[in-house]
Design a protein around this ligand. Sequence first.
Ligand SMILES: [Zn+2]
Ligand SMILES: [Zn+2]
Length: 297
Amino acid sequence: MDEEEFVLNIDLHTHTNLSDGVLPPEELVKKAHKAAIKYLGIADHDTTQGLEISIDLAEKLDIELFPAIEISCKDDIHVLGYFSESMKNWNHPVLNEFLNKLQEQRRIRNSKILEKLRKLNFDIIMEDVEKHANGTVGKPHFAMALVEKGYAASIEEAMDKYLKRGRFAYVERESYVEPADVVDRLASIGAVPMIAHPGFYKNVVDDYERFFANLKERGLKGVEAFYTKATLEQSQYFAQLAEKLGLIVTGGSDFHGYPEQRLGKLYVPKRSVEDLNRFIREEEIKAEKQNYKNIRN
Ligand SMILES: [Zn+2]
Ligand SMILES: [Zn+2]
């Protein structure tokens, strides 16, 4: 294997305030620019609303933007999908219909979280939460409301004390999509599916090789082996496994705008951008051929 080159100017996984990040897309892109990021992925949870505005600004700042999405599946496994800027497949009706369904599940879950917080005698209503969100409402917006109302000193504290898995106000989603179905669906619209932060699933995945191999059959293209919370050993382990299975490797900080995850601080293999672009380009060529066929028929 060639000596792998690592760089700090690639970050293929960040969030804006259209899901559970803190910064609006424009500010995120500007912040990435300041942090000398050249290749930026924006992958909000279950929404693509922030992508077009981000692309426009990124272009002005000479950042190559990777429009993406992150979809939460069963057992809190997260699947990333990278879109093509020329195909604009984040607007695909199949995807939108699917996202609407996910949003509905989120709404149900959010009202249950609110109910639980009220059981703790917190004086809080849904408007207190929603006003912090611009699109998808999620746990960070509950955390912000708790901070604002004086029930927690910081977002992190609100998460730790009440909202994270195992705490009183944590609520599982009713029905979860299988990661394989999400991979399938993303692949079907020409998006490039990747598994996000794989080390997070060690309690639910007993055989990572089989897990990745099965998903590859459904269209998985790679693994985000490099991420903020991974140890070097973990990243190497996932990178080796990916290589063995013919999957690509990417990296991203999962930056949400809070201080503990920093842009431009994560080493990511330089070739991840080339590899990802190769797959995106393949999808574009497939779509072009399909269009050509459609025109001819
Ligand atoms: Zn995630
Ligand atoms: Zn994320």
